[in-house]
Design a protein. Structure first.
Length: 26
């Protein structure tokens, strides 16, 4: 895979984790 793809994947993953933390935090 190209570094750009991993960078995008990491950005999306961090966004998903942040949303989950927000929901869990209430």
């Amino acid at each position: 895979f190209a570094p750009e793809i991993w960078g995008c994947f990491e950005f999306v993953w961090l966004s998903i984790v942040k949303v989950k933390n927000t929901r869990r935090g209430g």
